[in-house]
Design a protein around this ligand. Sequence first.
Ligand code: MG
Length: 203
Amino acid sequence: MKIICIGRNYAEHAKELNSEIPQEPVFFLKPDTALLKDNKPFYYPDFSKEIHHEVELVIKINKPGKNIQPQFANRYYDEIGIGIDFTARDIQAECKKKGLPWEKAKAFDGSASIGKFLDKKQFAEEKNINFELMINGNIVQKGNTKNLLFSFDAILAHVSRFITLKTGDLIYTGTPEGVGPVKIGDRLEAYIENQKLLDFEIY
Ligand code: MG
């Protein structure tokens, strides 16, 4: 399986990083070794001094797809979950400055934390899903899919023009504003609506 992440998909987050608002979805990949499941702890890596949390809704692909048309994109996923796209912001800033790829800052081991998934049927309106991240009991990020620049269906259509999607692939759909550093000892809890789906610590 592969992990595809969408960058700058909430305007307020693009602004907080002084990034331009994209005209088409921006995406990058993480390898399967990035996946952090079952509420396992995240081990703070020694190569960074500034690991940021980015809470994101995640869709799980349920069948292979290539050149998916937006009007059929909804048939390619049944489940929506929540995860953290951990980012070594100090390394990413260096890469951006030098015009280099982001992998070092984004694709490292454990950088894709993932929680439980929910059947998408339980959401009346996919364009109105609330989600949030709490650290040590305080809400640090709050998002709603009504603020997505590119909808789930638009993302699937765009990415599948370039990369064939396969069963089990995960798509991290972008983070809302409020990203910031984590530190050893922090407890992260992520919710979709009122359901806690992810709960783990930074070691
Ligand atoms: Mg992200």
